[in-house]
Write a protein that binds this ligand. Structure first.
Ligand code: SAM
Ligand code: SF4
Ligand code: F3S
Length: 470
């Protein structure tokens, strides 16, 4: 069977490089040294997209600054997943009227998931007239051409057409220096959970060719990266659009064969597609961290059905049981939504009881936020915010108590960590991670960054462990 996904032709990517060169020449002719400020919001996929934007900007001759007022080009790479995230972006956009007043040559660009929403693009067109360029995730690979149009025409450019999406290989990337790197293995989402905007702004699922993924991971390992996270909205459906038998578990096994000292993580996994085959592969692959982020969203079967999650509480618990049997000591994290439209207190407490029953190492907790255009946004939502907040606080109380107890159980033990960065704590100046991705603040000097070490855990709190190198 043929793959169902459109690849952007290499000639088209080369044509985009041509636009980057033209922009670089334009600056060189004016002896200008342009600076860009790229502000990324949202999930790791968006962070990975931000790194591609920076890669393309570097080819155009830009250097980078964190200060919008010093920048010739300001890019807001946005997230649409909750209303709060959108409000922040509109606030930031508003503030940019001042920087543009001081520097009328400044180019302001809105991209990422919000830009793909018709409602947002319209609002920016009408009410944020200082914004020069708007493009959604589907047009990311065409950024050089779009920016060239802005420079040449000095007119506003909008590229926000709705698409199923495509795959573009060979876009340059500026990665953070250090030990951690992100690799997108697929884009988009087919699941249409009823509360979620992502499928509307990121298009349908499309998987990169396995050879492209393997080559990228190999390159990263050779370049010294030691903590590599494979990204997708639902990595468990990797390969479904490729028409063959090859799936995510096969990809994990192939990556694991790449020689070197490194860890592989992945996120996110959808429980409806998490299978014993995946857990067997995780258990058998030494490079794969024994850590699983498996969002369950709700502990109530009625709410799960309304959310269109396509698994039950019982099926979720069975998955966890199997995964823990295969990988004793597995570190488990999850995402939860409290206050889905029509959820009752009793149903919210079923979520709390599931959290109690499983004992997650950490939880990412959200109060439901209506997203215009999704099914759930049409449902009656009678419960006041203050009531939802009470349920939410109860959930946090239970989770925080568990996190603190789980962390306390590490004290006195020796664990292997990867030292990844400096920390802001003078007494414990290094930050490191266990294989399960628990934060360990460490005593020691910077020469340890990038090393795997055995450390003794000497203290803990709800959020972190404290240790000393042996
Ligand atoms: N694809 C991933 C998955 O299904 O697990 C996660 C995608 S989403 C970027 C990250 C989390 O945001 C979700 O797991 C969900 O808990 C939360 N989320 C998504 N839409 C939301 C909404 N409308 N209100 C509140 N939280 C939401
Ligand atoms: Fe959103 Fe559901 Fe897709 Fe995750 S799986 S991105 S929550 S629609
Ligand atoms: Fe946000 Fe888009 Fe990610 S909506 S969470 S940045 S896929």
């Amino acid at each position: 069977m043929e793959r169902k996904t459109a690849y952007i032709a290499p000639e088209e990517i080369a044509r985009q490089r041509g636009f980057s060169e033209k922009i670089a020449e334009r600056f060189a002719a004016r002896q200008a040294h342009p600076r860009a400020c790229v502000d990324t919001f949202g999930c790791q996929q968006n962070v990975a997209d931000g790194q591609k934007l920076m890669g393309m900007l570097e080819e155009m001759g830009f250097s980078f600054t964190d200060e919008p007022k010093e920048a010739d080009l300001v890019i807001l790479n946005t997230c649409a997943v909750r209303e709060h995230a959108e409000q922040r972006v509109f606030g930031n956009l508003g503030a940019l009227t001042h920087t543009k007043r001081e520097n009328p040559e400044q180019v302001i660009c809105l991209c990422g998931c919000m830009a793909q929403e018709e409602r947002v693009a319209r609002r920016v067109k009408e009410s944020y007239r200082h914004v020069d360029l708007v493009f959604g995730p589907h047009a990311l690979w065409r950024f050089p051409e779009l920016l060239w149009q802005v420079y040449e025409s000095r007119k506003r450019v909008f590229s926000v057409a709705d698409e199923r999406g495509s795959i573009a290989e060979g876009i340059p990337t500026v990665r953070e220096k250090g030990v951690k790197a992100w690799v997108s293995i697929m884009y988009g989402c087919n699941n249409f959970c009823s509360y979620c905007i992502v499928p509307y702004v990121r298009g349908r699922e499309r998987s990169r060719d396995k050879d492209a993924v393997l080559a990228e991971v190999r390159e990263l390992v050779d370049a010294g990266y030691k903590d590599i996270t494979l990204l997708g909205q639902n990595v468990n459906s990797y390969g479904n659009d490729l028409g063959g038998e090859y799936g995510f578990a096969d990809l994990l096994r192939d990556i694991d064969r790449i020689p070197g000292e490194y860890l592989i993580r992945f996120m996110s996994s959808h429980p409806k597609d998490a299978t014993p085959k995946l857990f067997d592969a995780m258990a058998e692959c030494p490079h794969v961290a024994k850590q699983l982020h498996l969002p369950f969203q709700s502990g109530s079967n009625r709410v799960l059905k309304e959310m269109n999650r396509r698994y039950t509480r019982e099926q979720y618990l069975e998955l966890i049981r199997y995964a823990r049997e295969k990988m004793p000591g597995l570190v488990l994290t999850s995402d939860v939504i409290i206050g889905f439209p029509g959820e009752t207190e009793e149903e919210a407490m079923e979520t709390v009881s599931l959290v109690q029953e499983v004992g997650f190492d950490a939880l990412f907790t959200f109060i439901y936020s209506p997203r215009p255009g999704t099914k759930a946004a049409e449902l009656p939502d009678p419960v006041p915010r203050a009531e939802k907040q009470k349920w939410f606080d109860r959930l946090l109380e239970v989770q925080n108590a568990h996190s603190a107890a789980a962390h306390a159980a590490y004290v006195g033990k020796t664990v292997r960590v990867l030292v990844d960065s400096r920390s802001d704590d003078a007494e414990y100046p290094l930050a490191s991670r266990t294989e399960g991705n628990r934060l360990v603040r460490l005593k020691g000097d910077e020469s340890l960054i990038g090393k795997f070490l055995d450390v003794k855990i000497t203290g803990s709190n709800t959020w972190a462990l404290y240790g000393e190198a042996l």
